[in-house]
Design a protein around this ligand. Structure first.
Ligand SMILES: [Fe+2]
Ligand SMILES: [Fe+2]
Length: 318
């Protein structure tokens, strides 16, 4: 058998597995493009979890009560854990953590552009948990069925924690929306600023999406950007109503025939601008990451030295 025939046989077996809803595991044969595509998506996802800690971390010293502070702190710690699972899942594809961090810090790798918007008020802690984690869940629930085993299993665990994140955000919004008129105005302002960027989190329209078609065929993605966005729009409409706040989309209208809400168009120019690095906080987020990473170098070195010592001791005993 020539090497070309060999590859096409392997490719056939790979597609059979995918079509039978079996998971692809790290040691299985996979097309190089599948591997690359997954590394891009999983590492981008990991970077988003980690960079996403920054806007919320800013509010740890400004939480209105000890209880709120403890809740926010544990939510942020969860996100660090999500980053860890996802970096580990990506490493099974043959890329190192150092390479991924380097790609992030040099600006080659992307992360969710929502985190380039500033968090200005306590209301934003509510809006971020409710809308940003909420949009993330819609996407991640669907990724529990993604074809790559380690990614799918990571998602199952992450989704459990994300639903807590969303509820803590909504709880903040509920308290503000039922509070004084200033508090209600704060909640409305946060909703207004985060609603559209949350919709942008699902990415461009399917017709414009560069990676969509192949990702759907390989079952890396299980639902399209537009379908996932529609789910989020539908579920959020009644949540806004329950808060007694005004919907930021003035064109939102229930469409009886489709069984979904019709909605106004996203400002795609803003979307592309923020992705291109011109958001409010792009530079600040990366600078902060680089600084924290450098300041943590001694911890990583100490861990390596400790493990080496431990292994040497064990070898001596043996
Ligand atoms: Fe997360
Ligand atoms: Fe989260």
């Amino acid at each position: 058998m020539s090497s070309e025939e060999q590859t096409s046989l392997q490719e056939q077996q790979f597609m059979q597995k995918i079509n039978a809803e079996e998971k692809i595991e790290p040691k299985d044969w996979m097309p190089e493009k599948y591997r690359k595509n997954l590394i891009r998506q999983i590492s981008q996802h990991a970077h988003s979890e980690v960079i996403g800690m920054q806007p919320e971390g800013n509010f740890l010293t400004r939480a209105p009560s000890l209880r709120r502070k403890a809740i926010l702190l544990s939510k942020i710690q969860d996100e660090a854990g999500h980053g860890l699972y996802l970096y580990s899942a990506a490493e099974t594809l043959g890329i190192s953590r150092d390479e991924m961090i380097e790609a992030l810090q040099s600006g080659r790798a992307k992360y969710a552009s929502i985190f380039n918007y500033p968090a200005l008020t306590w209301g934003d802690m509510g809006a971020i948990g409710w809308l940003v984690d909420g949009a993330a869940i819609v996407n991640q629930v669907s990724l529990q069925r993604t074809s790559y085993g380690p990614y799918a299993r990571g998602m199952i665990r992450i989704c459990k924690e994300e639903s807590f994140h969303q509820r803590q955000g909504y709880d903040i919004m509920l308290t503000l929306a039922n509070g004084t008129s200033e508090q209600k105005a704060m909640a409305q302002d946060s909703l207004n600023r985060f609603y559209w960027p949350a919709l942008m989190m699902f990415g461009p329209h399917d017709s414009e999406s560069a990676h969509s078609a192949k990702s759907m065929e390989w079952k890396i993605k299980r639902e399209t950007n537009d379908d996932l966005r529609q789910k989020f729009i539908d579920q959020t409409a009644s949540q806004i109503e329950f808060l007694g706040l005004e919907h930021p989309d003035k064109e939102l209208k229930w469409n009886e025939e489709r069984g979904h809400y019709d909605s106004g168009e996203i400002d795609w120019e803003e979307f592309h601008n923020v992705i291109a690095g011109n958001g409010h906080c792009n530079r600040q987020r990366l600078e902060h990451h680089i600084k924290a990473h450098e300041e943590g170098a001694w911890v990583r070195e100490a861990l390596v030295a400790y493990n080496a010592k431990k292994q040497a001791k064990q070898a001596e005993v043996a």
